[in-house]
Design a protein around this ligand. Sequence first.
Ligand SMILES: [Zn+2]
Length: 68
Amino acid sequence: MSASVGRRTATEILDYFGKCPRCGYPATAWLHTVVADGRTRREVVGVCDSPCGWSGPVRVTSMTKQGR
Ligand SMILES: [Zn+2]
């Protein structure tokens, strides 16, 4: 076990209403939070709910807006 290995947690995004670009079936989005080297990175990965098996990066319009 190495300390340099990042920690990854996945949370389902419940307010995601996107569709699979391959078959058009509603997809599920997961927010992956990766903690590595003291930094936190977020990736949103979409997974198709149908057996087509698609998964890929998606863009989520979140309710939480990042103000400047
Ligand atoms: Zn699909």
